[in-house]
Design a protein around this ligand. Sequence first.
Ligand code: FES
Length: 631
Amino acid sequence: MKKIEEAEVIFQPLGRRFIIPIGESLYLAAKAANVESLCGGRGLCGKCRIIIKEGKSLISSPSVSEEKFLSKEEFIKGYRLACQAVVVNAGKIIVEIPFESRVGKQKLAVLGMEAKVELNPYIKKYFLEVPSPTLKDFKPDFERIIEALKLKYDLNIRRINYYALKKLPMTLRSSEFKVTLVIKAEKEIIDVEEENKEKELYGFAVDIGTTKVAGYLMDLNNGKVVATVSMMNPQIPYGEDVISRISYASKNPLNLEALHKTIIDGVNQLIKEACDKTNIDSKSIYELVIVGNTVMHHLFFNINPKFLGSSPYVPTLKSSFYVKSKEIGVGIHPEAEVYSLPLIAGFVGADAVADILATEIYKLKEKALLIDIGTNTEIILSNGSKLICCSTASGPAFEGAHITHGMRAATGAIEKVWINPEDLNPTYKTVDDEEPRGICGSGIVDAISEMLKAKIIDFNGRIKTEINNSRIRKNNNTIEYVIAWKEETAINKDITITQKDIFEIQLAKAAIYTGISILMNKFNVEPKELSKVFIAGAFGLYLNSESAKTIGMIPDIPLNKIIFAGNTAGSGARMALTSKKIRDEAENLVNEIKYIELAAEPNFEHEFASALRLPHKNVNLFPSVRKILNF
Ligand code: FES
């Protein structure tokens, strides 16, 4: 009899069943059962915690990474990390998903500041009633319609693609010579449709972020968004940041194909969702515009991103790009094209170009700064006539990764924190006002700023263990501050900010400030000279600017100069979808912006070390923070 080489795994309380072959971990099944994961199953985040209720002997012994993230007591209770727990024997395994590991409904910010553009899309429709041929008028069909186009719309069209040409004779006659022509760039007919279909003209704009993907279905007749959809980037299981995705894709062509297919499937899913919501046929979508960082751009187009991963970080191309939707498997009109805005450099992609277009920083005659905070943060500085930019690896800490009780901005995440300097007791607010489950990026920035103000930590970020307060304690080998006691939380555990968490945030904020300060030095700009600071990106929307300033993440400028711009990458994509002129402007822009490679800057290390301090080694750069902190 053939030996059974699989285990049946049941996830409670959902009751979902999976068959997992021997040798595979529980990770993919756990993901499907909505278990949290921030590192793509690499054993780095410690978030995919599950409890094995039955079948412990069918699972591998704990890995080094589990020893790091789980305590002895937790092992006794059956806790494991799903991505590390490998099935070693066949049989039945019952798994419980603890509350803290369940993925909550996440806040996905999809809207952002947007500049007004004149509606002039790349694809347009023209309805024509053409005279039918007679013995006296026997012009061929194509000549007949181009003559009518000239007469009615003053258009000089000379080209028709093969798809439309094949349809032309039958469509003309089946609709009694009343047809709608779909015309690309006022140059080429790409489809001929029966009757008047002018109203059915849609486009889809997509912003592909490393963590999130947002899509916008737009009516190209009026430039309005008819549906907005979003999802977590489905490539996350392959790695949470661009570097891990580059290394995965570079290993072999199959890996690259897998990453490419995953994002194409994700975009198709968004298109379907938007069309289902609005009852619009996906074949009425005649163009797709994408923006994303350079790695997301390369993976979307199935271009190997290998050379973006090592110095001198060269992209395959910088200019804008068109490809037929059917060539890369996007499920819209078969003759539609996919357009990408141009890129600036290896780590400053089309998303940054979209940010620049949406905020119109390039049109300002004053000094201004644009920061798009993400796993990679793009920074653009204007001196009133020129733009300069850089990219900095701020890491995923603001997404809650690498933070002990970190989580995404989902239900139950502590998002705002205040600390009473007298008794050091905190007050907090959670997403959806639910019992706390963890702390998200904006909450951590707030907490560290408040800890600094309440003098719980010093300027090096060190927790002052000499303070006699029950919230400041040594737990195993960790020094931590308790934000929420076990009794208040939904996870039946204290939620704390550890010394290591503070250091993670110091690294992230120092990376951002270093980029800003190197750009400001290049243009000789002082913080007080900045007329505006745009903070873009979903995380930026929830950030408390006062706290960001207090910890030295952004320059010390009056709060009324800070503009939270939201998801401007999505806005820029929508602008490019509705305006050909914007595409030309983008093309000119990227040739004028100067890119600074931070790693090649001689003062990078010095600047970074100075920016690690809270708020900064040179406290004179933060006069208002100095006043608040009284030093
Ligand atoms: S440790 Fe398992 S997903 Fe991160």
